[in-house]
Design a protein around this ligand. Structure first.
Ligand SMILES: *Cc1c(COP(=O)(O)O)cnc(C)c1O
Length: 387
């Protein structure tokens, strides 16, 4: 990408990363070797979880979490109306039904009161999404889950490095499992990649089996006596959701830079916040409040498009002319034809509709310079001012 074009997000790959990948390519393993376990150990330690299980992408991580949670046909899973499709689709993969929950119109985070109102006898789980890297109100989510015997899965694809009260996102203090994505726009990348963290060893063991066809080799887990070293059993249905040593070599190298990446994201956010104070009609999306330290996967702002007399499409096109690429995160999921066909009605989610109406994600990634952020603010002020 040309230097003067600012995408909404992008990876930062340096010579250390490249050397790590080349070394993995020269090694004995291309698929599952020792680097997968090393990456998992580093990730688990970084987020304060007992275990991490790495898989081929963040969507597979969500599918695996739903599967080992025992969700299936007839079960309902609460999912916020503003999130990426995968947070809802994972329920469908196991035959369960996502039941959408409204969000706070300023932060886009799950409205826990609305979640409580959606609970039925079929409700088995709640997926809390840490939108933009701000944290959902996990203590209230946990209390609701405890009151109704629900499983809590955090979709933490936006939140590697975020904190909620005394907890690091991924340590699962308030949840059963948390899932991450290592897609290139996320905090660290493995190309495609994902992981589930948990503090329950039995869930970690089930996740490992699910990731590789449902195959069990561990002698203590076999149902029949083992006739020899080739023997394995498939006791449950699994998939090939493995990640490779090559990818994990990149992931390990990237993890060394996570703290620096996060610090730079936070600096840029502070700069944006300060600069936007003097731009009328632009307001940063709200955080989760005093309980949360954001990890800022995205820098989303609410824009008063009507006040500026412009459509969102016109503002995006105007910004593009200034070399500033933006994106919308997200179209409310219940508005998707697939979910509308299954009975979802987006009009029942006024918070999600209000959030969606003015939201726009501006460029944010650690390789951005201060001048780049200044340019984004200047460009948006000009476009909204009709200049
Ligand atoms: C990126 C993302 C995912 C899916 O991750 P992939 O690695 O792209 O499959 C899931 N949920 C959210 C909120 C995401 O942003």
């Amino acid at each position: 990408m040309a230097d003067d074009i600012l995408p909404y997000g992008r990876q930062w790959i340096d010579d250390d990363d490249i050397a790590a990948v080349v070394e993995a390519l020269r090694g004995a393993y291309l698929t599952t070797g020792p680097t997968v376990g090393q990456f998992e150990a580093v990730l688990a330690q970084a987020v304060g979880a007992k275990r991490a299980v790495a898989v081929c992408n963040g969507t597979a991580a969500l599918h695996a979490a739903c599967a080992v949670a025992g969700l299936g046909p007839g079960d309902e899973v609460l999912v916020p109306a503003i999130t990426f499709l995968a947070s809802a689709n994972c329920a469908r993969y196991v035959g369960a039904e996502p039941v959408f929950v409204d969000v706070d119109p300023r932060s886009g985070l799950i409205d826990v009161e609305h979640a409580a109102a959606q609970i039925t006898k079929q409700t088995k789980a709640i997926i809390a999404v840490h939108l933009n890297g701000h944290t959902a109100d996990l203590a209230r989510v946990r209390a609701l889950a405890d009151a109704h015997g629900l499983i809590v899965i955090e979709d933490a694809a936006h939140a590697l490095g975020a904190r909620y009260r005394d907890s690091q996102i991924g340590d699962c203090r308030y949840s059963d499992m948390a899932t991450f994505s290592f897609h290139p726009v996320k905090h660290i990348t493995t190309g495609e990649g994902g992981a589930i963290t948990t503090s329950k060893p039995e869930l970690a063991a089930a996740l490992e089996v699910f990731r590789s066809h449902g195959m069990v080799r561990d002698a203590s887990q076999l149902r029949h006596p083992s006739p020899g070293p080739w023997y394995y059993e498939q006791q449950t249905l699994g998939y090939n959701y493995r990640i490779t040593d090559v990818q994990c070599a990149l992931g390990l190298s990237q993890m060394r830079k996570l703290d620096a990446f996060l610090a730079r994201r936070r600096e840029l956010v502070a700069r944006y916040d300060r600069l936007f104070e003097s731009v009328a009609g632009v307001e940063p999306a709200a955080s989760g409040g005093a309980d949360t330290v954001g990890a800022y996967h995205l820098y989303a702002v609410h824009i008063d498009f009507a006040g500026a007399g412009l459509t969102r499409a016109a503002v995006m096109a105007g910004l593009r002319e200034h070399g500033v690429l933006t994106q919308v995160h997200y179209i409310p999921v219940p508005a998707q034809p697939y979910y509308a066909d299954r009975g979802a009605d987006v009009q029942r989610f006024p918070g999600a509709l209000a959030y969606y109406e003015g939201i726009l994600s501006l460029p944010l990634y650690p390789a951005m310079r201060d001048e780049d952020a200044d340019r984004v603010v200047e460009a948006l002020a000009r476009v909204l001012g009709g200049r």
